[in-house]
Design a protein around this ligand. Sequence first.
Ligand code: SAH
Length: 366
Amino acid sequence: MGNEDTKVNLLDFDRAAMAAWFEARGHKPFRATQVLKWIHQLGVDDFAAMTNLSKSLRSELETVAEIRPLRVAADQASADGTRKWLFELADGNRIESVYIPEPGRATLCISSQVGCALNCSFCSTATQGYNRNLTSGEIIGQLWMASRLLRAADAQPVSNVVFMGMGEPLLNFDNVLRAMQLMQDDFAYALSKRRVTLSTAGVVPGLERLALETDVSLALSLHAPDDALRSELVPLNNKYPISEVLHACREYVGEGRRRLTVEYVMLDGVNDSDAQARALAKLLRKVPSKVNLIPFNPFPKTRYRRSSAQRIDRFRDILHQAGIVTITRRTRGEDIDAACGQLAGDFTDRTRRRERFAIEVNGDFI
Ligand code: SAH
């Protein structure tokens, strides 16, 4: 008899893994697509409700498998319609996901790790330290839970997913990839490659691997036009400098088969001058991309301030004049601390950042 600890969590499986699992148990592989549909398209977590499976298969599944939900520890709605969930994982760690509805689309911003090891100086997740990677079931579980909760509220379903919550997705490559495969699977969420965006601080080996395995949209957190400043803001730059990161991004975009957005957080007096805008334009001349300017979102004890609206407009105009499509991101969900860089989650062991940074960033982690 299975119990909580030994049951497999079917949320961990993409279609290939699910088919292999059914086959290994002596069942036809098409059971995988039936079960995927029940779980991901219909949001069912009860095997008894899976009426196109035989009674004996249903009771077998009951014994050996589970569809492990995330516990909703907090559910906050912003005046602008943004919703933020604090999800509790089986081990008590907590992560955040943010739902951002707009006319014609609704984006879910999800986390890939508990905390983050990269320690970017302007990001509040960094102040929390790092605990561990999320499993693929915990990553897709955020979309699964959001879809169920939104359906219950009769709200606009998720049409886009961005990995812009807590964590560095390319430092949790395999689990992120499996979750992205489910997002794109016709038997699960059927999101097109353009509607799934992986955001990275620029882990070069991860970018190279990504090009071999998927064609989702990419967002690069650049934030500075020169290495000295970028290393101050994004310490990972010491390991993978701008030229290498942009080269890997250019390779990823290829002949325009994939999309790249460059993210640039606007920090007052730090990275927002006219000269820096011109330097950024020069840097991106040969990198097919559009630029997303993100007004800095403050958090307690930060030393940074948001650039003024005029400064952001001026910066955008310089990029426009250089022929670069530039959009200023409208800040959403600020009243519930759901805006970019404000996600903090809640977890106990925050001491592992140094250790993991050494392993994953300076070592051969990939
Ligand atoms: N590790 C990944 C994904 C998480 S960050 C990455 O670095 O891309 C998601 C986006 O929010 C990044 O562009 C990040 O730089 C930005 N961000 C972080 N802190 C912010 C803040 N305080 N204000 C505005 N944007 C912030």
